[in-house]
Design a protein around this ligand. Structure first.
Ligand code: KIV
Ligand code: ZN
Length: 516
């Protein structure tokens, strides 16, 4: 692929994605996702914003140490202290990129930065030069480019390319643009910035009007050669352009795009599930590419057409994004090696034999309750919160619920809190409500339940339920997840998982776009 035919995929799930309220990830979770992205052959992985907190710094550092085949990138405002922190975090990266940004729209310059346009250019140039002390791979973003004045954008881009920026990112930070307008912006920049051929043009679109993928694709049609996106479209507010949509649109409509990504698209589904499992953000059934209904045909007419010839109603092959035809993969008699091999195919690998053994035990328990185990079950099993976070402070020991017609449901719960066993009972509107109340009387979480949702992982009444619980306390939001064939147990696992997250100490975390 010549460099002009290559569309660089820059994934920012671990940075912009993590900025979604409640989507925060531990360092270990970031490394798991980064490895899945690397396996999918993503070109650049934006691992975080190292100045935000010590945890963010260490997350970027751990990803930099673990990844060899993708470029690892860290975000920095156009400030020396931010850039030096990224430089430090990326020290051990095989290939590292510094991504520095400053806002360029009149509204941001005037009200957020309180700077004159010439000062903004000066600071951007200084930031790029400082970044070049650490690496030759420097990306500059003109934050809120989608609402910036074209003449000013051209000036600042020319200046930062002269200063050594090798990628110029044009974000539609607030998701305001429409595809024809955003495509035109890219076209104008290519025509008007004299040294634009010395850099790759990138785009970074937000989804506030549901246009993020469409805007990114319009930009590609007009010459952009990097798209910044996230798995499942995770990201600030309504999210970012979704990686799976952009990548599959370019692949499926290769008649229109004169470029290709180098991605192994068969990894898309497992990556999507991994991110959903870790963040606790469920995938809506009708989500393009990765939703449970994305390749399902309900109406008789469609089914008939697909059976006669697939292309009548399907524009992509489900297998190309990782859906398998034979979804019943394992059962009670499947062995450890088959279990490990299937999970490896699904993108999950175990670091140690103990981890494998613990997951295999959970698989056997599940197989006792459910005789057909599907890929989705296996994935839920490895991301099941209660299983991953072995050092959680609250652990479920026992749960008993009683639901009877004409009686208020009652739940009795036993947990350990920091190793000490405690029990409580409560009544509630339903068994889940009663169980949550009983737990809360023990942990005194002081949280507000913002969201409770149950999804069946596969079909059938013996399917596992996957529960997401979102809790809020003093403006902090966390998500918890749990899976089980018993949905009351799944709910309790999810609630305990969220309470554990709430108990984790919060270090003061800076938001990249909040201040300067
Ligand atoms: O949306 C945005 O403008 C960003 C920048 C930091 C690239 O996320
Ligand atoms: Zn963004």
């Amino acid at each position: 692929m010549s460099s002009n035919n290559k569309l660089i995929i820059f994934d920012t799930t671990l940075r912009d994605g993590e900025q979604s309220p409640g989507a925060s990830m531990t360092k270990e979770e970031k490394v798991r996702i980064a490895k899945a992205l690397e396996k999918m052959k993503v070109d650049v992985i934006e691992a975080g914003f190292p100045i935000a907190s010590q945890g963010d710094f260490e997350g970027v550092q751990m990803v930099a140490r673990s990844i060899t085949d993708s470029i690892v990138c860290g975000l920095a405002r156009a400030l020396d202290k931010d850039i030096d922190r990224v430089g430090e975090a990326l020290k051990e990266a095989k290939a590292g990129r510094i991504h520095t940004f400053i806002a360029t729209s009149p509204i941001h310059m005037q009200h957020k930065l309180r700077m004159q346009p010439d000062q903004v250019i000066e600071q951007a140039v200084a930031a790029v030069k400082r970044s070049r002390r650490y690496t030759d791979d420097v990306e500059f973003s003109a934050e809120d480019a989608g609402r910036s004045e074209l003449d000013f954008l051209c000036r600042i881009i020319e200046a930062v390319i002269d200063a050594g920026a090798t990628t110029i990112n044009i974000p539609d930070t607030v998701g305001y643009n429409l595809p024809n307008q955003f495509g035109e912006l890219i076209k104008q920049l290519i025509e008007r910035v004299p040294n634009i051929d010395k850099a790759i043009i990138s785009v970074h679109c937000h989804n506030d009007l549901g246009m993020a993928s469409a805007n990114s694709l319009a930009a590609v049609l007009n010459g952009a050669r990097q798209v910044e996106c996230t798995i499942n479209g995770l990201g600030e507010r309504a999210g970012n352009a979704s990686l799976e949509e952009v990548v599959m649109a370019v692949k499926t409509r290769c008649d229109l795009f004169s470029c290709e990504t180098g991605l192994d698209t068969t990894q898309i589904l497992s990556c999507s599930r991994l991110v959903s499992g870790i963040t606790g953000f469920p995938i809506q059934p009708n989500k393009a590419i990765v939703g449970a209904n994305a390749f399902a045909h309900e109406s008789g007419i469609h089914q008939d057409g697909v059976l006669k010839r697939r292309e009548t109603y399907e524009i992509m092959r489900a297998q190309d994004v990782g859906w398998s035809d034979n979804r019943m993969v394992m059962g009670k008699h499947s062995g450890r090696n088959a279990f490990r091999a299937r999970l490896k195919e699904l993108g999950s690998e175990f670091e140690t034999e103990e981890e494998l053994n613990a997951a295999f035990r959970r698989f056997k328990d599940l197989a006792d309750k459910k005789h057909e185990i599907f890929d989705e079950d296996l994935q839920a099993l490895v991301t099941d919160a209660g299983a991953i976070f072995e050092n959680e402070r609250i652990k479920l020991v026992a749960l008993k619920v009683c639901s009877e017609t004409g009686e208020r449901p009652k739940a009795s719960v036993t947990i350990t809190l920091d190793g000490e066993e405690k029990s409580a009972s409560s009544v509630g509107g339903g068994p889940v409500d009663a169980a949550f109340k009983a737990i809360d009387s023990l942990v005194q979480s002081g949280t507000e339940l913002q969201l409770y949702s149950v999804n069946n992982i596969t079909s059938g009444t013996d399917a596992q339920g996957e529960v997401t619980v979102r809790l809020e306390k003093a403006g902090r939001i966390v998500n918890g997840q749990g899976a089980d064939t018993d949905i009351v147990i799944a709910s309790v696992k999810a609630y305990i998982n969220a309470c554990n997250k709430m108990l984790e100490p919060v270090t003061d975390k800076h938001h990249p776009q909040a201040d300067v």
